[in-house]
Design a protein around this ligand. Sequence first.
Ligand code: PNW
Length: 451
Amino acid sequence: MTLQPLRFPENFAWGVATAAPQIEGAAFTDGKGESTWDHFSRQPGSVHNGDTLDVACDHYHRFEEDFALMASLGVKNYRLSIAWPRILPGSDGLVNQPGLDFYHRLFDSMERNGITPWVTMYHWDTPQWLEEMGGWRNRRTAEEFGRYAEVIVKAFGGRVKNWITINEIRCFTMFAYGTVLEKSPAIRETQQVLNQTIHHALIAHGLGVRAVRAHGGEGARVGLTDNAEYYVPVEETEEHIAATRKAFAFENDRILGAVYHGYYTETFLNACGADRPVVLDGDFDLIGLPTDFLGLNIYSGTLVRAKPGGGYETLPFPAGYPATTLTGWLKTLPQAIYWGTRLAHEIYGAKVVYITENGYGTIEEPDAKGEILDLHRRDYLRQYLLELRRAITDGVPVQGYFCWSFMDNFEWQDGYSIRFGIVHTDYKTLKRTPKLSAHWYSTVMRENRVV
Ligand code: PNW
C-alpha cells in the first residue's frame, strides 16, 4: 500500500490576505482622507479599548520588511486592498497622487519579491464625507465607487491582473446599518433601507467589473468576494443535502443570486414583501455582468437538517461547541468550506472559486522563549484544508486559497485584542514574529499539500 500525500492540483494559488485599513496605519499621511472607520473608532465605546487605525501595523512604512518576510515564507500570492480615501480623499473629487504613488511603491516591492498581487478595491473604508451623505444608503456612494474603480484600474491595470471588486457586502450593509450594529457606522435602519444598501453595493460591484473590462488590459480578471451564509448537512445523506441546498439558496439569492442570475429571484422578492429594494432600469445590466471567478470568505457555518414534508431547519450550536476564543461567531465547522464551495458552484454556476479568506482569531502572546505555539490555529487551518481538498477531489473548481491573515491587525470592533495573523505583531515595538502556524503553512505552500 502506498500512502498518497494530501496533494493539491498543480498551479493551485496559495496565498495570504490582509486589508488596507487593518494594517496600513498612516491614517492621515500623504493626503489620505478620513475613512468611516477612522471616524467611528474615535467615537467613545465603538471599538474595544478605544483602539484606532492610526498606526495599526504601520505597514505603510514597513512594507519592504513585510514583503521580505512573505518571500522568506514562500508566499507567492498576496491579497491586499487599496484604501479608497488615499486615492480620492475628499468631496472635490480630486485624485491624490501621493496615494497612487504609495501603491506603485508597494507593487514594485512585491515584484522584487516575486509576489503576485490580488487587489480588493473596497474593504469597508468608505470616505467619511460619503458616509455623511448617507453612505451605502445613498446611491451616490455606488456612483462614486465606480469613478474610484476607474481611477485605480487605469493606474494599476498594467501590473495588477487579479481584481476583487468588493469584500463581504453583508458586513458593511446588514452588520453596519442592521441588527448586529457592530460595524461602522452602527446606525439601525429599517429592513427596506438594508435591502437598498445591499442593492447599492451590488451596483458598485457591477461598476467595478465594468472598470476592469474597460481599463484592465490583457489578462485582467475580476470577481466579487462574498461572505455567503454557509450551511452543512447534519448527515451527508440525500434528504439532508437537499435541505441544505434549500437553505443555501434561500439565504444567498440576495447577493450571489443577483450577481449570477442577473435578477432578484421571486423567492427573495416574496420574502422581502413591501421591503424589497427599489431597482432602476439598467441596474441588473451592471450587477449581472459576467465575472471570472467567485471569492468566498469561509470561517464558519450552520448545521441543517431536513424537516418532514420537504422543509429544513437550522440547528443552534449548543453551549461549549468548539469556537475560537472570545469570538462567539467563529464556530469551528470545517465542512463549511466543502459545502460552501460546492453549493456555490452547483447552485450559482461559479466556474472558478477562490477561498479569499479563512483563518482563526484568538488572544495570544509569545511564550517565555518568544515562540508563539498556535497549535489551535494550525489544527483549524489543517482541518479546513482537508475539507477543501475533498471538495476539489469531488470536482469543485477551487483554484486557490488565501489565509486570513498574514499578520495580526486591526480586527474592527475588537480593535487589536483578537489576533488572526500567522505572523505575530507586537503593537508596542511593531516587531513581526512568525508563529508556528506560519512555518507550517509555509511548508504547505512549498509542498503543495496538507502536511
Ligand atoms: C472578515 N461572519 O470578516 C473580514 O473580511 C476581515 O476584514 C476580518 O478581519 C476577518 O473576517 C476576521 O473577522 C468577517 O459573520 C466578518 O461570518 C463576519 C463574518 C465573516 C467574516
